[in-house]
Design a protein around this ligand. Sequence first.
Ligand code: IDP
Ligand code: MG
Length: 155
Amino acid sequence: EQPGEEQKHMQTTLVIIKPNGVQGGIIGEIIARYEKARLSIAALRIRNITREEADGFYAEHRGKGFFTELVDFMTSGPVVLLALRGEKAVEAVRQMNGATNPKNAQPGTIRFDFAPSMGENVVHSSDSPESAAREVAYWFKDSELVNYPAASHLL
Ligand code: IDP
Ligand code: MG
């Protein structure tokens, strides 16, 4: 459990806007979708990640055929690291992002709308509360997470 999650079902999940999302100019479009879903931004940073960081982050996929391609892609340009907090945020964000392969993604999901391929599927999100805890802590210190009520009155 992350700081600020004393309320039941409050979760913090990790999103990465992948290099093609950044270079495609859709950082704002993607973040706007999460804000409209009443998720708050617990942490936010844009930077390049190293091969070592990508390797450790995707450790569960080491040895798979696509692993080198995945690390190459994730280090090909800047990414946005984003911790999102809200009611059942882990599943909510997975739903909004859509299926791993954009060919299987539902209309209205980020991957359906923007992803050109499975390898370059625009966004990452944590797949369980346990993964979310590991992944948020992988990129952010507790002291870097903020807590505020999600938007309602200006949207
Ligand atoms: P997820 O991102 O939807 O959780 P994972 O199975 O965890 O999907 O795979 C991590 C990432 O690795 C995917 O987002 C995708 O970019 C890439 N990937 C997964 N399977 C393949 C594949 O079969 N070919 C190419 N890339 C893949
Ligand atoms: Mg995954």
